[in-house]
Design a protein around this ligand. Structure first.
Ligand SMILES: *Cc1c(COP(=O)(O)O)cnc(C)c1O
Length: 429
């Protein structure tokens, strides 16, 4: 494939945008080469500026669960846009999407909409601190909760890919309130509670991790966190920005039957427009301004175009629960197919999968936390990435990312992908 025009556009972008991108993971820094500039997308396919067609396994990093330019979503946005794009006043559609989200997600009474997953997680932690009157939070190494200061401590994917696990610009004062534990390790969490008695406001976690590749929680891990939180009167925050409305209509809470105190959303909930949200039971949500003392606001929050896209998306997911089953079946098919050809070619690998999230690690041992994810062979990943790209398959340009399966993928697309792996595999040994 030829990427002449993409490379020229990238050179131009770098003159006026830092690194030529508005979010670091889009650059190909970790795998080498220039990023691809997309012109348009439809269903499971991306069409780039050079006219190449790529099968897309990133899907805007999650939101396009039903495929690109999904008609009901596009129609809803176009219709709304003609009636004005922002008012800074209440609109009925905000209540409509809130009602639907509250119906779909277990254990929440109220939801507040913001503009990104970052904002949702940042606000959820402020709310937890206000509600409990405590300062500290526990996060897990390799989990990503957006780029606000408290979270840029061992923050997984983007941050790790670019070699800045702890970002300059985050003050020591902020960093000291973020306590760190390894994923899937209850003992270490227990120790943090013992060393910080009555000081921990919240545990924030990706209940199925997706920012160090896909890492599901081990048996009893989420239940154990729930128990520890109950014992220590600490709030449990599930960051479902990636998993919400993806792994089940009600997210990981529904899938695994563990109830969080606050849940955050992003990605799918906005149908591809900039939306985040956080939600909890009344007692907690009523701590927010204008009812309660914890301040949180947004000029464009609840934006009508964003709400129209999100509502159209949630309606589709709510009205066809089979979507999640179909997605899981497609992901399983891809898993088996890839695993078979990699094994046949003697390529050491571990594939993690849950629902429509899947990741390939070139590691021999199980990948269960950040340390084991970091042990995988990054050189092999680079070869794999560029080999797949040459075959017209677009996966994330980093070994620390999950692939996102969309319902628009056909079994023919999946076979094409497996065949591409078969072609690339002999060069990976
Ligand atoms: C993507 C992501 C975020 C950040 O969301 P943005 O919309 O990029 O700010 C937070 N948490 C998780 C788990 C994510 O995957």
């Amino acid at each position: 494939m030829i990427y002449k025009r993409s490379s020229a556009l990238f050179a131009e972008a770098q003159q006026v945008i830092p690194g030529g991108v508005n979010s670091p993971v889009r650059a190909f820094k970790a795998v080498g080469g220039d990023p691809i500039f997309v012109k348009e997308a439809k269903g499971a396919y991306l069409y780039d500026e050079d006219g190449n067609r790529l099968i897309d396994y990133i899907n805007s990093w999650g939101p396009m669960i039903l495929g690109h330019a999904y008609k009901p979503v596009v129609d809803a946005v176009v219709e709304k846009a003609q009636k004005g794009t922002s008012f800074g006043m209440p609109t009925q559609i905000e209540t409509e999407i809130a009602q639907l989200a509250v119906k779909m997600v277990p254990g929440i009474d109220k939801i507040r909409f913001v503009n990104s997953g970052t904002e949702a997680c940042m606000s959820a932690v402020r709310l937890a601190r206000g509600f409990t009157g405590r300062d500290k939070i526990i996060k897990f190494a390799g989990c990503y909760h957006g780029h606000s200061d408290s979270f840029l401590i061992q923050a997984g994917s983007g941050a790790v890919t670019f070699g800045t696990p702890n970002s300059p610009g985050v003050t020591a004062g902020t960093a000291k309130d973020t306590l760190l534990a390894p994923y899937n390790n209850l003992t270490e969490v227990q120790k943090l509670f013992e060393a910080n008695e009555n000081e921990i406001a919240a545990i924030i976690i990706e209940p199925v991790a997706g920012n160090m590749g896909c890492i599901p929680p081990s048996e009893g891990f989420l239940e154990g966190l729930r128990e520890l939180c109950d014992t220590h009167k600490t709030l449990l925050i599930f960051d479902e920005v990636m998993t919400g409305f993806r792994l089940a209509a009600g997210g990981v809470q529904e899938l695994m039957g563990v109830q969080a105190d606050i849940v955050t959303f992003g990605k799918v909930i906005g149908g591809g427009l900039p939306v985040g949200a956080f939600a909890a039971r009344n007692e907690i949500m009523d701590y927010l301004a204008p009812v309660g003392p914890v301040y949180q606001a947004g000029t464009l929050s609840g934006n009508p175009l964003a709400m129209a896209a999100g509502l159209a998306m949630l309606k589709e997911l709510d009205s066809d629960p089979q979507i999640f089953k179909r997605l899981e079946e497609k992901t399983e098919y891809l898993h088996k197919g890839m695993s078979k050809v990699l094994t046949e070619n003697g390529v050491v690998h571990t594939i993690n999968r849950l629902g429509s999230m899947i990741s390939v690690h070139f590691a021999e041992k199980p990948v269960t936390d950040f340390a084991s994810a970091a042990n995988a062979a990054t050189d092999t990943f680079k070869k794999f990435f560029h080999g797949m790209l040459a075959e017209g398959i677009y996966i994330a340009p980093s070994a620390y990312e999950t692939w996102f399966i969309t319902d628009a993928l056909t079994y023919q697309d999946l076979d094409e992908t497996i065949n591409a792996v078969a072609k690339v595999a002999p060069g990976l040994k």
